[in-house]
Design a binder for this molecule. Structure first.
Ligand code: ADP
Ligand code: MG
Length: 386
């Protein structure tokens, strides 16, 4: 989907207040009743309705009529707008360029700051896939009303940022994190190809060892990437050096399933090198011996999982996110086989929660990608020659 910052040349301060009120109301309402928006925004009734109308026209909120009451919900576009506005207010980001990636659970854009320096904006989109079926499978979602796509996406961004920061500060080859707001992170742009697109390397053996050494280095620092594959390893165009990205699923080496995740990361690399480069080595790291040899050598200060836990990304948030991600995995696994057959029928009560729909509405307008900065100033980023 397009980054729906379209037509945001100007947003009035009242519109902004109403938009923020819808966001606040969403924390405990799937559909925010209009009277609640009135109450939170502390504006006149008529004013709120008018502003809601104009926000809805721009797809920043969507009107929802459900069985019990009418109201509004924040769309992806509205949430994107709020995040980008926050970044631009802080002057970390000024303009938006082209979309360079559509992940299953993220959108990636090239953006720039005032100086024209290019960066990458990653917008997390948890819940784009199978949110409903996840909800059906796990009742913790029911108890926790706020466990919405907004909440999960924000947790994913916070977690990714926390890990990226700690890894970067400890000299791991990851992009430099720049800023984080709501469900987005801003980071250094790496001039690179995903390993997936690389068909020829000077020495597959050397790259293979570098990548395995990195897994070991992660583990010695108490961490497992958890999704260490050819999509999440970038190869720098200039030097051929690998850069690792995509951290929302990182786990600690003291996680109950640490060995499973570790082996899976190792196996991903082995399989890829076998298939792509016809390269196979008897040497590859094993979890137990890696943990034995590493462990203490760097001293107790070097448990990055502990550092992250102390850095503000709470264990409880980590757990919520992890449960969600596991549930998605299960659901997807099921979908691939024959899960769909029973899926219809009997669970219509939560019908109002259809996140997909806002996408289609929002994607219609050309390619104007703009961010309203201070006073609604408009910026459009034209990426320089690649
Ligand atoms: P997802 O969680 O959707 O897999 P990723 O973080 O893996 O998202 O990013 C998706 C794609 O976007 C990557 O495969 C890569 O091509 C591109 N990308 C992401 N971050 C950067 C970056 N910092 N610099 C350059 N390209 C990036
Ligand atoms: Mg990825």
């Amino acid at each position: 989907m397009k980054l729906d910052a379209t037509d945001l040349r100007y947003i009035t301060s009242e519109e902004f207040r109403v938009l923020t009120a819808v966001e606040m109301g969403s924390k405990n309402h799937e559909v925010v009743p209009t009277p609640l928006v009135v109450q939170i925004s502390a504006l006149r009734n008529g004013g709120v309705n008018k502003n809601l109308g104009s926000l809805a026209k721009r797809n920043l909120v969507a009107k929802v009529q459900n069985a019990r009451y009418d109201g509004y919900r924040l769309t992806y576009g509205g949430y994107d707008y709020l995040a980008m506005r926050a970044l631009s207010k802080r002057d970390t980001m000024y303009s938006v360029g082209n979309q360079i990636g559509v992940g299953k659970e993220s959108d990636i854009y090239i953006v720039a700051n005032h100086e024209g320096e290019e960066m990458v904006l990653k917008l997390h989109r948890l819940g784009r896939v199978s949110f409903r079926s996840v909800k059906e499978k796990r009742d913790y979602m029911g108890k926790r009303k706020s466990a919405s796509w907004m909440y999960m996406s924000r947790l994913a961004a916070q977690k990714e940022y926390a890990f990226m920061k700690v890894l970067y500060e400890h000299g791991f080859p990851v992009p430099r994190p720049v800023d984080q707001a709501r469900h987005t992170i801003l980071m250094e742009f790496i001039d690179a190809y995903p390993l997936r697109q690389v068909s020829d390397v000077a020495s597959p053996g050397a790259l293979y060892s570098t990548l395995m050494d990195l897994i070991v280095r992660f583990a010695h620092a108490g961490l497992i990437h958890g999704d260490y594959n050819e999509f999440n390893i970038l190869i720098r165009r200039e030097t051929g050096e690998p850069v690792v990205i995509d951290f929302p699923q990182m786990v600690s080496t003291s996680h109950a399933n640490a060995e499973f995740y570790f082996n899976r990361d190792v196996e991903c690399i082995r399989r890829f090198f076998r298939r792509r480069f016809n390269y196979e080595s008897k040497l590859y790291p094993r979890f137990k011996s890696t943990m034995k040899e590493g462990g203490e050598q760097e001293g107790p200060g070097f448990r990055l999982d502990v550092v992250v836990a102390a850095s503000g990304f709470k264990k409880s948030d980590q757990k919520v996110l992890e449960e969600y991600m596991e549930a998605v995995k299960e659901t997807e696994g099921g979908d691939e086989d024959e899960d769909d057959s029973e899926d219809d029928g009997d669970d219509d009560e939560e019908e109002e929660m259809e996140e997909e729909e806002s996408d289609d509405d929002g994607a219609a307008d050309g390619e104007a990608q703009t961010v309203a900065g201070d006073n609604g100033a408009l910026a459009r980023h034209h990426p320089g020659p690649a």
